[in-house]
Design a protein around this ligand. Structure first.
Ligand code: SF4
Length: 307
């Protein structure tokens, strides 16, 4: 059944005419919200691994990580071309020479046709953006910027260490260099109402954001959020509620925004709650079913900003 939104596979096929797969890279980075620059505790939902695999610390080079994943992914998904997705921590937060070496290494791997660089909006110095723009002449380069919510109170509550204005500024400077930006958003953050979450959708729609990744808020071990949860001070969304919100969100986005993700991907050993976070297929099915029941799709409630 055709998807009711522009997903990443469709985007890649439309652009390249074939399947492209993103391969996760751990480049041994850190983050100002972890290394003491802003805090040492990090965002409320993040543990000391910073969503990383720890591969770099185990001695696996970027090339080795990519070569290993390529074999697995080529067999499973029949993908022939790949994007190197720098996922762990903040991948624009290091001396520029180090960054250039890491990006070059990824792009030197056969069949890697681009970079997706996960980072924080307060780690978007012009010199780094210029470096990324220099690769974009030959490769596809996306910047993945963590917004999480367009509500400053929420960002403060979860200890993000930046505000919404910081995201807007980084977005503007990144796009001035011709680089597309994918905003990361989390649904179900502490204290957020449905209205707050849809405010984030409208905020991104007004910016005609290039891409969005939607994550559900799940609780992993060793995070400040786990403590709140165990004290009964925070509840997770249920699966249908989440799927409803995803549809509400996507309906408000412009039709050309690439929806790169509609749920999260917790490590089973780290997950505390909700248990349905591991049943991704079910969540996809819920989302599809709700769109069909509503007979709606991406852009259904989008209206371009005036002026
Ligand atoms: S910015 Fe990312 S890596 Fe840093 S603390 Fe927050 S979630 Fe963790």
């Amino acid at each position: 059944m055709p998807k009711r939104y522009l997903d990443l596979n469709t985007y890649f096929r439309e652009r390249f005419g074939h399947r492209v797969h993103k391969l996760t890279v751990d480049a041994g980075m850190t983050c100002p919200n972890r290394d003491g620059t802003l805090s040492t505790t990090g965002c409320a939902y993040c543990n000391a691994q910073g969503s990383g695999t720890g591969a770099f610390a185990r001695g696996l080079s970027i090339r080795e990580q990519l070569e290993q994943s390529k074999i697995h992914v080529a067999r499973r998904f029949k993908a022939r071309k790949f994007m190197a997705y720098f996922q762990s921590f903040s991948n624009t937060y290091a001396p520029i020479e180090t960054l250039a070496r890491r990006y070059d290494e990824a792009l030197s791997v056969e069949d890697v046709i681009g970079l997706a660089i996960g980072t924080r909006p307060d780690c978007a110095e012009n010199a780094v953006l210029d470096l990324l723009a220099s690769y974009a002449r030959r490769y596809l380069v996306w910047v993945e910027s963590g917004l999480q919510s367009a509500c400053d109170q929420t960002l403060h509550r979860i200890n993000r260490g930046h505000d919404v204005a910081c995201f807007s500024d980084a977005l503007k400077r990144t796009r001035q260099r011709g680089l597309p930006v994918c905003a990361h958003v989390i649904l179900g953050l502490p204290g957020e109402t449905r209205r707050d979450m849809l405010t984030t959708a409208n905020f991104l729609a007004d910016l005609a954001i290039d891409g969005v990744k939607l994550h559900l808020l799940y609780i992993i071990r060793g995070t400040p959020l786990e403590t709140l949860y165990r004290q009964g001070r925070f509840h997770c969304l249920d699966q249908q509620e989440y799927a409803d919100l995803v549809c509400d969100f996507i309906e408000r986005l412009p039709p050309q925004t690439v929806i790169q993700r509609v749920t999260g991907d917790p490590h089973p050993k780290e997950l505390v709650a909700p248990d349905w976070a591991l049943r991704k297929r079910e969540t996809f099915d819920w989302i599809q079913r709700i769109f069909e029941q509503r007979d709606s799709r991406q852009g259904q409630r989008y209206s371009p900003p005036h002026g």
